[in-house]
Design a protein around this ligand. Structure first.
Ligand code: 5GP
Length: 138
């Protein structure tokens, strides 16, 4: 399926490409949430992580790591957030698998806040949830 990212891969629309090999391509996210915000994208237009073959995923995560180091060094970042949205409800807007590398800087004013539900839960709730996941794995 054609996506905005396949058009970038085919050089039909411009992008600032920073890395490419047979399986993945990386280019600057157009929004530049922070300095150096980069997307690492599979060459094949898999919709989400559930569709990506294991070998491609293994390769991609190493590329994500290497690029995270390079981007951090290039801009003297203090940390990175790695973000991968799967599904519209999870915030995915381009349905072609990609991981965001978002470099972080002191006082960059980006808030990544996950609500804490601890106060509403018993140990039994945790046990049940863990058991459900373990059962689903088998
Ligand atoms: P998602 O919301 O699916 O996790 O992320 C999609 C990302 O693709 C967004 O951060 C958005 O800025 C980026 N994006 C969308 N269209 C383009 C484009 O034409 N060029 C580039 N470089 N990035 C894009």
């Amino acid at each position: 399926m054609e996506t905005i990212f396949t058009k970038i891969i085919k050089r039909e629309i411009p992008a600032h490409i920073v890395y490419e090999d047979d399986l993945v391509i990386a280019f600057l996210d157009i929004t530049q949430t922070t300095l150096g915000h980069t997307l690492v994208v599979t060459k094949e237009p898999y919709k989400n992580i559930f569709e990506v073959p294991e070998d491609t995923l293994k390769h991609l995560i190493v590329v994500v790591k290497n690029l995270s180091v390079a981007i951090s060094n290039a801009f003297n970042a203090s940390g990175v957030n790695l973000l991968n949205n799967n599904g519209a409800m999870a915030g995915q807007t381009v349905f072609h698998y990609h991981v965001h590398i978002i470099p972080r800087f002191k006082n960059d004013d980006i808030k990544v806040e996950l609500p804490n539900q601890m106060s509403t839960l018993t140990q039994e709730d945790y046990k049940k949830r863990a058991a459900m996941i373990i059962a689903a794995l088998s």
